[in-house]
Ligand binder design. Structure first.
Ligand code: ARG
Length: 487
């Protein structure tokens, strides 16, 4: 048995693979390169990978069946312990402890097995490297987490659709350049947000399809193994479509992490944009939305304040997920093939992104469910911005006027209104309208009402209430379709 290294307490890793190294790392250096604080959340995945590997080693006669059975029993016991007691079951309850007892989750679990089983524990790593092991674990973890995130996205989109249907007739201004543009409804905009989240959900499914496509196990450090491993069997046992095509690629590849981080970043940018609107709408100036008190905060100094902190914080957290994506891209750029320790930094960034999106979706959903839309204020905001000007032009187009001329006529009406201090085209008399175009009739006034403008936009994709209801129904159907990762 090795003597204990001088730097700190005895560690499983010392015993396992001091290898050719005689010198003893000091404890600060050991702690610096250790990743247990981060990769501890891969415990169950590491156990699953080891169970598949051990069973395969026995099936191929590389280790005795009794050793595999002992390994499997102990790994199962560890997994059950974690399921019941969390990571305390593998001594990680007090984490981060002052003394790091193992370099990473892989060495910790192998150490526990060896401590308990002796030589059976020492047999497990045959034909395996931590390089393929971590690549498998990371993928298995994402295979567990991504479906949960997709479910969070579904539930959030469903809440938006509920509120969209509720407000299918709640007229409000639609904006371009943050200037009032054309009348829409709150339901129309909420439905637009749901569309974005549903695409995000599909983006995750797409990333997942590549994550499950190739199993890195059997790639070893970078060049496979001389042992007669059954890569098909382990790939199948772990839920992958096939073993990886090229061992060097399998240990070097992290584009699955990049894709996942990108999908998170895009979803967070979506949430951030929605939250920007909510912050605006919750202001006194807009007054379109009243956030419930449970989803607002007060000020430590200004007694009157009711701040949309949750929306602001979600918007702010999109910064960290963008940062995490850039971290991963930068990490990989310039990295020589195949494995480099730099790759250990990949998990912290992605885990943070996944946690952030998960939390933000829950918060956003709660905030939207409890918010009240102020239909009066929204309707009032439709007056005064000449949102009906396009409708006046299209009224003339329907009567045969070339659009460019109709546009000029409507623009002239807006100019006249402004000069006369009027707030909408409908404030002009019929004779004033007829001066600009004899084609205007009495029915123009009804056509320029905000709700009429909205109802008239009943093309597919438009804001007409029945069309928004149709969009919501179609989106709900998409949400019900369980997208299986394409194996
Ligand atoms: N903790 C390491 C990581 O996350 C595991 C792989 C270590 N491999 C090695 N050759 N040092 O990347």
């Amino acid at each position: 048995m090795e003597e204990k290294r001088s730097g700190g307490a005895p560690r499983a890793a010392d015993v396992l693979w001091a290898g050719r190294l005689k010198e003893k790392p000091d404890s600060a250096a050991f702690a610096f390169q250790a990743s247990l604080a981060v990769d501890r959340r891969l415990a169950l995945d590491d156990i699953a990978g080891s169970r598949a590997h051990a069973a395969m080693l026995a099936a191929r006669g590389i280790i005795p069946a009794e050793a595999a059975a002992a390994l499997d029993g102990e790994l199962e016991r560890l997994a059950a312990g974690i399921a019941a007691k969390g990571l305390a079951a593998i001594g990680l309850d007090a984490f981060p402890a002052a003394d790091v007892t193992a370099e990473d989750i892989h060495s910790l679990i192998e150490g526990l097995l060896t401590e308990k089983l002796g030589d059976a524990g020492r047999m497990l790593h045959a034909g395996r490297s931590r390089n393929d092991q971590v690549a498998v674990d990371f993928r298995l973890y994402l295979m567990r987490i991504i479906p949960r995130l997709r479910e969070e996205l579904s539930q959030t989109a469903a809440v938006l659709l509920d509120r969209a249907e509720e407000h299918a007739e709640t007229v409000m201004p639609g904006y371009t350049h943050l200037q009032r543009a054309q009348p829409v409804t709150a339901g129309f905009q909420l439905c637009a947000w749901a569309c974005a989240l549903i695409r995000d959900r599909e983006r995750f499914a797409d990333a997942l399809s590549r994550i499950t496509a190739e199993c890195p196990l059997g790639s070893g450090a970078l060049a496979g193994s001389t042992l007669d491993l059954d890569r098909e069997a382990t790939a199948r046992a772990l839920g992958f479509a096939a073993p990886g095509v090229n061992a060097m690629d399998s240990v070097a590849d992290r584009d699955f992490a990049l894709e996942t981080a990108a999908a998170v970043s895009i979803a967070m940018v979506h949430l951030s944009r929605f939250c920007e609107d909510i912050v605006l709408w919750a202001s006194e100036e807009f007054g379109f939305i009243v956030l419930s008190e449970a989803w607002s905060t007060g000020s430590s100094i200004m007694p009157q304040k009711k701040n949309p902190d949750f929306a602001e914080l979600i918007r702010g957290k999109a910064g960290r997920t963008t940062g995490n994506l850039v971290t991963l891209l930068t990490l990989l750029k310039g990295l020589p093939y195949a494995y480099d320790k730099d790759l250990q930094e990949d998990k912290e960034a992605l885990f943070d992104s996944l946690d952030t999106l998960d939390a933000c979706l829950r918060m956003f959903r709660g905030m939207i469910s409890a918010a009240a839309f102020n239909a009066e204020r929204m309707k009032a905001a439709c007056a005064g911005g000449f949102l009906e000007a396009t409708d006046a032009a299209e009224y003339l187009v329907r009567k045969g006027v070339p659009f460019r001329k109709a546009h000029e006529t409507a623009a002239g009406l807006v100019r006249d209104c402004i000069a006369a201090g009027q707030r909408s085209v409908g404030e002009r008399t019929l004779s004033q309208l007829k001066e600009k175009s004899p084609l205007f009739e009495d029915d123009i006034y009804a056509a320029l009402e905000p709700l009429a403008c909205v109802r008239a936009r009943k093309l597919g994709g438009g804001p007409a209430p029945e069309e928004v209801r149709r969009q919501a129904a179609r989106l709900r159907l998409l949400l019900r379709q369980a997208v299986k990762p394409a194996l």
